[in-house]
Design a protein around this ligand. Structure first.
Ligand code: GDP
Ligand code: IMO
Ligand code: MG
Length: 423
């Protein structure tokens, strides 16, 4: 069997959590392969709303195996908060959530280093989530990291060496901190973490595949935040693209099946960095208010703009997207006109390729389309789609050369329409 991968094609927050939950009944295993608690994946069903950060979004559909893969970075303190919130609402996870021994640990000092590096950058800061993601992946790559499996063997000495090294680095920055209280929370988290089974997830996942089980890999962040291909340096510190699922789970490229690419009918970004189609006017405010575009975890207002087909086409190419999923189309329900960026003008030259230096001034070239001007939030089938909405879908499919198979018309699990028509 194959691993199907679902990932974001924009700058994150496309609605990955919602769709993973919707697709989970078709799978036996759901697994995260990169990122960490910088993610905030929102799920809504039966009048309840949940935000997941490190735990895969397959956790609510009973009887499925959920795995935190080796490519993830895990903060025990935040993990404990997440698990306890789910336990308080009646979800027991220990029998269905497994953690790779090779996932790296976000140490208490990684978060401090994240803060120190950001403040040292001044006005060119990345606007990270402050969760220690960059410093943890840096330690992984420089071969200084600690892994979940290390908790089981001679951990104290390894921990002390890492913390001493970090303290030395921190002494060069002007950062006030109370390490003892962060460590207290962190070690309470370690105790919680130890209630779960630590596994050799690459063997477990490959065995499950060999035994005919279906696996869904859930991406975090989005393609434009990828460490190699995103709007560098305003990116996260992992490979968010499809290739990241191979390294982040230990599955071979030929094991990858469907690649679901998910995007909003418009576009958002949180944190600093280039965003060619950003709207700094009333239209941007309108999108933010109608789309409730505020961070799932941090509450930070998200920057909003029109859909960027140059960036989306690049993302389709990098990921080998085989099916598109369009989210939040309902947010555009009342618009007379909708714009889509079909090319960039860089130094007066028009291009439809995402450029090397995205910090240069990019002028978007727009195509304007008619809005459909009707409430789609209670629609159940594609047969109900207004003509102008179908025209918008056709236009996107023609440009991106991939079929849009799912359309989301609201945040609830039930507000999801699968398209079956001859695509
Ligand atoms: P993720 O990080 O990709 O899982 O996305 P987030 O959860 O951070 O952000 C997506 C937000 O949009 C959440 O608040 C969802 O509840 C909400 N959402 C998802 N799909 C839709 C949709 O089709 N329409 C509307 N209006 N909201 C949606
Ligand atoms: P989900 O999975 C949106 C952004 C941060 C910042 C940059 C680097 O919910 O889509 P980091 O803390 O990773 O070092 O921050 O990446 N970022 C996200 N933006 N959604 C996310 O995750 C994000 N995770 C990180 O805002 O600009
Ligand atoms: Mg999110």
């Amino acid at each position: 069997m194959k691993v199907d991968v679902l990932l974001g094609l924009q700058w994150g927050d496309e609605g990955k959590g919602k769709v993973v939950d919707v697709l989970t009944p078709n799978y036996d295993v759901v697994t995260r392969f990169q990122g960490g608690p910088n993610a905030g994946h929102t799920l809504e069903f039966e009048g309840q709303k949940y935000v997941l950060r490190s735990i895969p979004s397959g956790i609510f559909q009973g009887g499925k195996v959920n795995v935190i893969g080796n490519g993830v970075v895990l903060d025990p303190a935040l993990f404990r908060q997440e698990v306890e919130a789910l336990e308080a609402s009646g979800h027991n996870l220990t029998e269905r959530l497994y953690i790779s021994k090779k996932a790296h640990l976000i140490l208490p000092t990684h978060r401090l280093l994240d803060a120190a590096y950001e403040s040292a950058k001044g006005s060119s800061k990345i606007g990270t989530t402050g969760k220690g993601i960059g410093p943890t992946y840096t330690d992984k790559i420089s071969r200084n990291g600690l892994r979940v499996g290390d908790l089981l063997c001679n951990f104290e000495a390894k921990y002390k060496a890492a913390i001493d090294r970090h303290k030395e680095i921190l002494s060069h920055y002007n950062l006030q901190y109370d390490l003892a209280s962060i460590e207290k929370e962190w070690f309470a988290g370690v105790e919680k973490l130890k209630q779960f089974q630590f596994i050799d997830s690459e063997f477990v996942i490959n065995d499950l595949l060999a035994n005919g089980k279906n696996v869904l890999a859930e991406g975090a962040q989005g393609t434009m935040l990828d460490i190699d291909f995103g709007s560098y340096p305003f990116v996260t510190s992992s490979n968010t693209i499809c290739a990241g699922a191979c390294t982040g789970l230990g599955v071979a490229p030929r094991r990858i099946g469907e690649v679901y690419g998910i995007f909003k009918a418009y576009c958002t970004r949180v944190g600093s960095g280039p965003f060619p189609t950003e709207l700094m006017d009333e239209m941007g405010d309108k999108l933010r208010n109608l789309g409730h575009e505020f961070g799932s975890v941090t509450g930070r207002p998200r920057r909003c703009g029109w859909v960027d087909l140059v960036a989306l086409k690049y993302a389709v190419m990098l990921n080998g997207v085989s099916q598109l999923i369009m989210m939040k189309s309902d947010v555009l329900d009342g618009f007379d006109k909708i714009k889509a960026c079909v090319a960039y003008k860089v130094n007066g030259e028009e291009t439809d390729e995402f450029p090397f230096d995205v910090t240069e001034k990019i002028e978007p070239v727009y195509q304007e389309l008619d809005g459909w001007k009707c409430d789609m939030t209670s629609m159940k089938s594609e047969d109900e789609f207004p003509e102008k909405f179908n025209a918008y879908l056709d236009f996107l499919e023609d440009y991106l050369e991939v079929p849009i198979k799912i359309v989301s018309v609201g945040p609830d699990r039930a507000q999801t329409i699968i398209r079956y028509a001859n695509k």
